[in-house]
Design a protein around this ligand. Structure first.
Ligand SMILES: [Zn+2]
Length: 75
C-alpha cells in the first residue's frame, strides 16, 4: 500500500487583458465623462435653471434629496 500525498501548489490565475479597439475605448471614455458631467450638473449645480424651459421644478425636486445627502450647498 503506497501512500502518496498530493502536493497542492497554488496556481496563479491566468489573467488576460481586455483588448478593445482604440475607437471603442475613446467612445466609452467620452460617453462616461459626458454621463458623469450630466449627473454632476443635475445633482450638484442645477438650481432650477432647467425650469426656465418647462416652468417646473421637477428636476430640482427630483435631485434635491441627493444634493443634501452628498453635501452640496442648496439653500
Ligand atoms: Zn435643499
Amino acid at each position: 500500500m503506497s501512500t502518496t500525498s498530493a502536493v497542492h501548489t497554488p496556481v496563479a490565475p491566468i489573467t488576460t487583458p481586455i483588448v478593445t479597439a482604440q475607437v471603442t475605448t475613446v467612445a466609452l471614455l467620452l460617453g462616461t465623462a459626458i454621463a458623469a458631467l450630466l449627473v454632476y450638473y443635475f445633482v450638484g449645480v442645477d438650481e432650477g435653471a432647467m425650469s426656465i424651459f418647462g416652468k417646473s421644478m421637477v428636476l430640482h425636486e427630483l435631485f434635491h434629496d441627493g444634493r443634501h445627502f452628498l453635501g452640496f450647498p442648496c439653500h
